[in-house]
Design a protein. Structure first.
Length: 132
């Protein structure tokens, strides 16, 4: 076992964790049916204006923030076939009433047998781009 490589790997993981924890991007890992989250980055609180704990407790609560005009499109893209990547843009309404645009990308993660066992996602606030 090469301890130097383990040290480099640990440093790399720490760097990645720092990027994720300090980014305004939202990263998450959940079950394919979105009934349980395993990880939600702090960016969720900055973009959605809600706590990560609230999403952990009620995994579908992010839908409560989706603008009514976008809800059907978002629901159909997130509840459908999880075998494919999802890429959807929609508006959210934060608890303070501010409307933001979000680009939400979700990717299936497969086990060694090819079965989907997790979904990972990245959401970014694209409000500035939409308003330009």
């Amino acid at each position: 076992m090469d301890l130097k490589n383990l040290s480099v790997d640990a440093e790399s993981l720490e760097s990645i964790a720092q990027i994720i924890e300090n980014s305004d991007l939202v990263f998450w890992v959940c079950t394919p049916d979105v009934n349980q989250y395993f990880y939600i980055s702090p960016g969720y609180e900055r973009v959605w204006g809600k706590t990560r704990a609230s999403l952990m407790e009620n995994p579908h609560s992010f839908l409560e923030s989706v603008h009514a005009d976008d809800l059907e499109r978002v629901t159909s893209s997130t509840v459908g076939d999880t075998a494919y990547d999802i890429d959807v843009e929609y508006r959210i309404i934060r608890p303070d009433g501010e409307v933001r645009w979000v680009r939400d990308r979700t990717f299936p993660v497969k086990d060694k047998d090819g079965n989907i066992y997790r979904m990972v996602g990245i959401a970014e606030d694209i409000t500035a781009r939409k308003q330009a």
